[in-house]
Design a protein around this ligand. Structure first.
Ligand SMILES: Nc1ncnc2c1ncn2[C@@H]1O[C@H](COP(=O)(O)OP(=O)(O)OP(=O)(O)O)[C@@H](O)[C@H]1O
Ligand SMILES: [Mg+2]
Length: 98
């Protein structure tokens, strides 16, 4: 949610959904912000990685948020993923086993 707000600029739109899925719970956070370039989709989960373009660099951050979420999710047997979607923005889903 912090990322969704930070990387949205004037596009103030955010959605959170939670649903039972695959024997666990899936929590999705969607925004209509600047989006993640396709070629950097996997890198953003690495520690200290931030998308290189200037509109990202202008926003404060260390690049640890997603790496931390991934680490904690996996320690609980879960996972985090970024889904490609049509239109602008991003949609991240955190899945945790029940
Ligand atoms: N919702 C989003 N929309 C667009 N880009 C995103 C979004 N979430 C993450 N990113 C990209 O992924 C990078 C890594 O995210 P991460 O949360 O790990 O770091 P950060 O937000 O830059 O810093 P920190 O979380 O440590 O304050 C971001 O710098 C940004 O480039
Ligand atoms: Mg962050």
């Amino acid at each position: 949610m912090d990322n969704a707000i930070k990387f949205s600029g004037d596009a103030k739109w955010l959605r959170m959904e939670a649903q039972a899925a695959d024997g666990g719970v899936a929590i999705a956070v969607s925004d209509r912000g600047i989006g993640v370039p396709r070629e950097e989709e996997q890198k953003i989960f690495e520690k200290f990685y931030r998308v290189g373009r200037s509109d990202t660099q202008a926003r404060r951050g260390s690049g640890v948020g997603l790496a931390l979420v991934k680490h904690v999710a996996e320690a609980h047997g879960g996972r985090i993923s970024l889904e490609r979607q049509s239109g602008p923005g991003s949609r991240f889903t955190l899945w945790l086993p029940r």
